[in-house]
Design a binder for this molecule. Structure first.
Ligand SMILES: [Zn+2]
Length: 240
């Protein structure tokens, strides 16, 4: 007889193999130490699957998760899939050689479904364990390519992943110091927080908010600066 304790739902996450020709070996013997999350910005998983496996499109990812929770694997985790493109995270480029890429079937203008997020959580749990990747190394495409990419977008629930130890928590930094502070140069703070890719102040602010404060609009404010300071402090601690 089952007890009356809290029900733990552990979804099995068995991928359906759907190989893509779009991969190479990871360069310089690199192994995955990042996970990059994306949305497909397409109307259906089938359309995305076709594109991610089309040799002429020259794009791919390791995994695609459908809205109904179906998991497809297109590239072996040992191999270098072509999902990240130009960009940087924490001063490191060639993110494709350093990461596992997961595409979420979402057109970008609607919420992510429960079966899809549950599958993502199960998959992330396996990947982080398999490659000894810390939760802080799960990032969005928008984090490494500010100004060029905005996925997985403002509707993605990073806080939910963080609660399960599958992504970094956003620091609580909602105080709004004097607006005059916003006149400073915050490039160093962005870099210390991980945002090392070349981008304008506006693009960096957009990336920061997409990940940590998607509800905030308008010009850089004291709450953004407080957030950046907290992130850069925790980034500095990680490097020591
Ligand atoms: Zn992407």
């Amino acid at each position: 007889m089952a007890g009356a304790g809290a029900k733990t739902v552990v979804q099995k996450c068995t991928p359906v193999w759907h190989p893509s020709p779009n991969f190479t070996e990871r360069r310089n013997g690199l192994q995955p130490h990042l996970v990059v999350l994306h949305y497909t910005a397409m109307s259906s998983a089938e359309a995305a699957l076709q594109r991610l496996c089309d040799a002429e499109a020259e794009v791919s990812a390791h995994y695609l998760i459908g809205r109904d929770g179906t998991l497809w694997q297109m590239v072996a985790e040992m191999a270098r899939a072509w999902h990240a493109g130009a960009g940087e995270w924490r001063g490191l480029d060639d993110i494709n050689s350093r990461s596992i890429g997961i595409e979420l079937d979402n057109a970008g203008d609607h919420p992510f479904s429960e079966p899809q997020v549950s599958c993502l959580e199960a998959l992330l749990g396996q990947i982080l364990k398999r490659w000894a990747i810390p939760p802080e190394a799960v990032i969005g495409h928008s984090d490494m390519a500010p100004g060029r990419k905005i996925d997985p977008g403002p509707r993605f629930d990073w806080a939910r992943l963080a609660r399960q130890g599958l992504a970094a928590h956003s620091p609580i930094a909602n105080e709004c110091p004097e607006a005059s502070e916003a006149a400073g140069d915050f490039q160093n703070l962005y870099e210390a927080a991980g945002y090392s890719a070349a981008a304008s102040p506006e693009e960096l602010l957009q990336a920061l908010r997409l990940r940590h404060a998607p509800w905030r609009q308008g010009a850089l404010c004291g709450a953004d600066i407080a957030l950046l300071r907290a992130l850069s402090a925790s980034g500095a601690r990680r490097r020591t």
